[in-house]
Design a protein around this ligand. Structure first.
Ligand code: HEC
Ligand code: HEC
Length: 290
């Protein structure tokens, strides 16, 4: 066993022991597991934390997002989800938080679909509790949202096929199931599936890419990551895929552009080795598409 392997094998029991020693039991869930899920996969900061010059402004973590999202049926901003009792979610019960995270329903009713609850549907009960524990461990920040929230649509749910309900812990022992879990939480397919009428077509276009982004890097189109040998990533090695996902570097060594590069650096670079291996195994099961 090499030393890296040994270190990662020992890391979790040591972390668990350490959290037991310092009494992390103040929360129902596992705070460090919650941190991992949020930072490597679910990227809650992306919409709920303001940005400073060099990335997320973590001193004001979860106090509300910088971007305003608007569509025909809503104008919303990522809410203050810090534990402040008045302007954040400090006064919410675990049950209310669970409903917001996986069902997209807040105290005031249906949340706009920008809040990606559909992708969080497969969260296991313990992982959902871990995320809630991590939110509760953050600093309460008093920050009322400036933009009035307006939402008035009927939104159809779009969970990933096979990931529409909570997984149980035991099912994650299966590599492909774990890969699907990771892909859903990290919302890979919300960009890498072509959209039909504004919604990703998971049935026929899963992995085919095609979603268009206009940003400082120009017009960027989400790539085809199906196993097609020419149009997709079927001919890529595992290491090439891992580098694209965790470092934002394409097969030919050129840097990928935002939003992929931003997500790689801020989030996917933190994926555990097991989750990354499972994700790659799952991506390889996506049938080839042109
Ligand atoms: C892609 C952007 C995005 C991501 C990622 C995201 N959210 Fe949200 N979230 C929103 C938006 C926008 C709203 C407000 C929607 C509305 O008002 O209808 C919201 C609302 C919420 C609410 C309801 C708060 C309230 O006061 O009503 C909670 C709780 C919440 N999000 C938690 C989370 C957690 C936890 C994560 C990560 C696991 C997360 N969100 C990831 C965009 C996002
Ligand atoms: C917010 C949208 C978005 C999300 C979420 C996202 N991607 Fe991407 N991805 C893109 C875009 C856009 C590109 C193209 C970047 C470019 O051309 O510079 C890309 C490129 C890639 C590439 C490089 C393919 C190539 O041909 O160069 C891979 C591999 C990839 N993404 C995998 C993933 C995986 C796996 C996930 C989930 C862990 C993911 N992406 C999440 C938007 C996204």
């Amino acid at each position: 066993m090499d030393s890296n392997r040994l270190r990662s094998t020992l890391a979790r029991p040591i972390a668990l022991f350490a959290s037991w020693l310092i009494g992390a039991s103040a929360y129902a869930g596992d705070v460090e597991r919650g941190r991992y899920l949020v930072e490597a996969l679910t990227a809650c900061d992306n919409c709920h934390t303001p940005r400073g010059v060099s990335g997320y402004d973590l001193a004001n973590r979860f106090s509300g997002g910088a971007q305003t999202f608007s569509d025909k049926t809503y104008i919303v901003r990522g809410s203050n989800i810090s534990p402040d009792r008045e302007t954040g979610v400090g006064g919410w019960t675990d049950e209310e938080l669970r409903a917001a995270i996986v069902d997209g329903v807040s105290r005031e009713g249906r949340l706009a679909p920008v809040m990606p609850s559909d992708s969080y549907k497969p969260l296991t009960a313990s992982d959902l509790d871990a995320i809630i524990a991590f939110l509760r461990s953050a600093r309460p920040i008093r920050a009322p949202l400036q933009t009035p929230q307006r939402r008035n649509g009927e939104w159809a749910p779009h969970p990933m096929p096979g990931a529409a309900t909570a997984f149980d812990d035991a099912s994650l022992a299966d590599k492909n199931t774990r890969g699907l879990y990771v892909a859903s939480l990290a919302r890979c397919m919300s960009c890498h599936a072509e959209e039909i009428d504004g919604a990703p077509d998971y049935r026929d276009r899963l992995g085919s890419g095609g979603k268009i982004f206009r940003n400082a890097a120009g017009v960027v189109v989400a790539s085809n990551i199906t196993s097609h040998a020419v149009k997709g990533v079927g001919a890529w090695s595992d290491d090439e895929l891992k580098r694209a996902i965790t470092e934002g570097v394409s097969r030919d060594g050129a840097p990928l552009r935002p939003p992929m590069s931003t997500l790689s650096k801020a989030h996917f670079s933190k994926l555990s080795r097991d989750d990354l291996d499972a994700l790659i195994a799952w991506i390889r099961t996506i049938p080839p598409k042109e």
